[in-house]
Design a protein around this ligand. Structure first.
Ligand code: GDP
Ligand code: MG
Length: 766
């Protein structure tokens, strides 16, 4: 086999194969080094690095090590000749053809899963098949000719994992990294699938091309297990074929899948995708921090998937540590690793190695659960996790348990939250009075008391509620319950064009929309993520509560107050459902690629972890308060304080009064007067400001409109423009202003429409 690196200046060759892990292949293919393309060597001296090539009319430099991974045949063959078996006429064509049609396949799997049996069936060689592990000491090679391809098989020793613990594991790993087989057949004992898939998740990390043989399928059938293979395949991003190498069943399809995956491009096929297993917040943070260093090193990237290497480092894998030790940033990388490991330890009480293993099993359990996996004859072992999962995701009990928890959460938030809220309110009042009494009258005092203390003060009172809500959410997340809640909600969410994982951000939205938008990051499908972000503002955040309380208190009798409040929350939820359907049908179309909802093990969350996670969410709220709300409060105050003639004698003559009068005609249908309009405009900064502005404009509750108008106003407040901070968050998470702008416009239009309709219908009825 000729390698591209072996050619001399002026030579020409045709590419037959690019070896190496998926990330590397992708990069090389993007440069134009595609199977069947002709390459000219422009400049190559024995010691020169990089080497210059011409491919597809472009000049490209490759490092020598990169060029070593590219297999070529000398001479010029058109791409047709390379891929069409009929045109094998000249010797050069023949060489190209056979090189192009040789697939190196490695058999990887646990001991005793049937690798050697598969090898024997395929290659016809007669290896001794033993019923104990460790029979295959060395790799055995053989081949089979199948549908115009020569499939070379390597039977590797059986391993449970690819860590660097045993000689077998090290050997297999070295084979996969150095020999870079074109395709891996991962043989799985399907009657023991959960444990066998563990090795598979490690192959996924390595970013290799994998076909799964669900072997011992006869056993699985005999036991009466249930498993939706298609779902499992698409969730794991690799084709899976039921096989039994007692009889040879499934061999043909297995080989066909090998050829298919060899010929197709990653990501163009539901069963051939690269999937990142989610290892949880802290580990993933560590991975991306370590990856930043690794990605800077081209030679490393050539040989390893940087993600895999980062994971291995976090597993304290000494081989990986040795590789990294040669880098100039070695010390930084190891210290980053240690920070991540320490945080994991603090939060879970486990070392990072265990945490990664738990995450992988969580992924496997989630995938199997989604694929409807059920063991036919109860096979003895029954873990606590399985029992709890049975209870919590049970068809009859799951929802009641879930709603009970939600009810408790909201009760605690609003009832318990009331006490600290009152204290803070008192404190803010006292501060305002104190400054009012001690300072001299003038713009500065007015700004401090009415602008800053009035504006920010009306917001800070919600901090306790938000922190309580987020404490609950953090406990549910860290204990593993939220993952199950996502499972229960998945079907319902899919009906909305969303995903089970969308549920957590939506619940968080009741606290504050900003961290909720950020929480959509866990949703792998971009489409679901976008839709979730866009309907999130319909979740009535706590900032809207003061307006509800203020208006319902003034316009409705005690009996109807809570009814009005609840109706607003429900209308918000209903609108989010409608909008999600509308958006998923007409605006953001496309198929949803399925992804796994992990089922991590249950654990008692540590106090430290709860504090940290609550704080991480609550921080966003405080930031918003210190930034946007502070600035907006001052601006609103200034616009209300000054007019065209300097200090305005009344609010009506101030800039804000003028502004309100200008937009008044727009809200004639709803019956809003200029003061309400001004409050709405001010609320663009943050919804809390609506309440504080109304407080300033109406003084002591001298409202001059009907309950119907009041209700329409509440509806408008619920639906319209979320707030600047949320819009900025959407821009950040969606990566474009386009969606942020869309969110701003559609919510405002919807608000106008709904409030106008309710106003019209309401006045007709009355
Ligand atoms: P290896 O350790 O992965 O190479 O596994 P072997 O090929 O040595 O197989 C281990 C044992 O499982 C042997 O006794 C095989 O006969 C048996 N075996 C292999 N494939 C199947 C299968 O599909 N069904 C059943 N029931 N037994 C199998
Ligand atoms: Mg064997």
């Amino acid at each position: 086999m000729t390698k591209l690196s072996e050619l001399n200046t002026g030579e020409r060759a045709t590419i037959v194969k690019v070896r190496g892990h998926g990330g590397f292949r992708k990069r090389i293919v993007e440069m134009g080094f595609v199977k069947g393309q002709t390459v000219d060597v422009l400049l190559s001296a024995p010691l020169q690095d990089p080497v210059k090539y011409k491919v597809m009319g472009y000049e490209v430099s490759l490092r020598r090590q990169e060029a070593e991974k590219i297999e070529v045949v000398s001479g010029d063959q058109s791409s047709d000749a390379v891929s069409e078996p009929q045109s094998v006429s000249t010797p050069a064509h023949f060489a190209a053809h056979s090189a192009r049609h040789t697939i190196n396949v490695a058999l990887v799997g646990n001991p005793n899963c049937g690798k050697t049996s598969l090898f024997n069936f395929a290659s016809g060689a007669h290896e001794r098949v033993g019923n104990y592990s460790g029979v295959t000491v060395d790799a055995k090679e053989g081949y089979t000719d199948f549908e115009g391809y020569r499939i070379k098989l390597i039977d590797l020793p059986g391993t449970y994992s690819l860590s660097a613990y045993s000689p077998e594991e090290l050997y297999v790993r070295k084979q996969l990294l150095d020999d870079t087989p074109d395709v891996i057949i991962n043989v799985i004992d399907a009657s023991n699938i959960e444990r066998n898939l563990y090795l598979t998740t490690q192959l996924m990390d390595m970013h290799l091309r994998v076909v799964c043989a669900l072997n011992m399928y006869d056993e699985l059938e005999r036991r009466g297990d249930r498993l939706d293979i298609d779902t499992l395949s698409s969730l794991m991003g690799m084709p899976m074929v039921p096989t039994s190498f007692k009889t040879g069943r499934g061999l043909e399809r297995l080989l066909q899948e090998v050829i298919h995956i060899f010929e197709s491009r990653e990501g163009h096929d539901l069963y051939y995708r690269h999937i990142h297993i989610n290892h949880g917040h802290e580990i993933e943070d560590g991975i991306s921090r370590i990856q930043r260093y690794l990605k800077g090193n081209d030679l490393l990237r050539l040989r390893y998937s940087t993600r895999w290497l980062a994971i291995k480092l976090l597993e304290k894998d000494y081989e990986a540590e040795r590789v990294v030790a040669t880098l100039p940033e070695a010390a930084d990388i190891i210290s980053d690793r240690d920070v991540a490991a320490r945080r994991v330890k603090e939060e879970t009480g486990d070392d990072s190695e265990t945490a990664i293993m738990d995450a992988k099993y969580g992924f496997i359990r989630g995938a199997l659960h989604e694929a409807g996996y059920q063991v036919g004859q109860r096979s003895g072992i029954y873990h606590v996790t399985h029992r709890l999962d049975w209870l919590i995701t049970n068809r009859w009990l799951g929802f009641p348990i879930f709603f009970l928890l939600l009810f408790l959460m909201f009760e605690a938030t609003f009832v318990l939250g009331q006490y600290p809220m009152d204290w803070i309110e008192l404190g803010v009042d006292r501060l305002g009075t104190f400054i009012g009494d001690t300072m001299n009258d003038g713009p500065l005092k007015a700004m401090l008391v009415d602008g800053i203390i009035g504006g920010v003060g009306s917001v800070i009172v919600f901090l306790p509620q938000i922190l309580i809500l987020y404490t609950f959410i953090s406990i549910m997340e860290d204990s593993g319950y939220m993952a199950r809640a996502a499972f229960i909600m998945d079907k319902l969410m899919h009906g909305m064009g969303l995903h089970g994982k969308s549920f957590i951000p939506l619940i968080m939205g009741f606290g504050c929309n900003v961290p909720a938008v950020m929480a959509t990051r866990t949703i792998e499908s971009r489409r679901s993520r976008l839709i979730t972000m866009l309907v999130l503002p319909m979740m009535s955040c706590s900032a809207r509560l003061p307006i509800y309380i203020m208006i319902t208190g003034a316009f409705f009798t005690q009996r109807y107050q809570s009814l009005v409040m609840v109706s607003l929350y429900l209308i918000g939820i209903l609108l989010s459902i409608v909008m999600a359907r509308v958006l998923s049908t007409w605006v953001i179309r496309g198929d949803d690629t399925p992804f796994v909802m992990e089922l991590p093990p249950y654990r008692f969350p540590t106090v430290k972890a709860i504090f940290r996670h609550t704080w991480e969410k609550g921080k966003q709220y405080l930031k918003k308060m210190g930034g946007v709300i502070l600035v907006a409060s001052i601006i609103v105050w200034a616009l209300g304080y000054f007019g065209t003639m300097g200090v305005a004698p009344t609010m009506e003559q101030s800039f804000i009064g003028l502004l309100g009068k200008t937009v008044e005609p727009l809200f004639q249908l709803q019956g809003f007067d200029w003061r309400l309009d001004v409050s709405l405009i001010a609320g663009v900064g943050a919804k809390e400001i609506v309440a504080s502005t109304m407080g300033v404009l109406y003084g002591s509750g001298d409202y001059n409109f009907s309950p119907l108008t009041a209700y329409c106003f509440l509806l408008f407040v619920l639906i319209y423009f979320p707030c600047i901070a949320t819009i900025v968050a959407i821009r950040h998470e969606s990566g474009s202003w386009r969606w942020a702008f869309f969110a701003a416009v559609y919510t405002t239009c919807l608000a106008w429409l709904v409030s106008a309709t309710v106003s019209l219908v309401g006045s007709m009825l009355m």
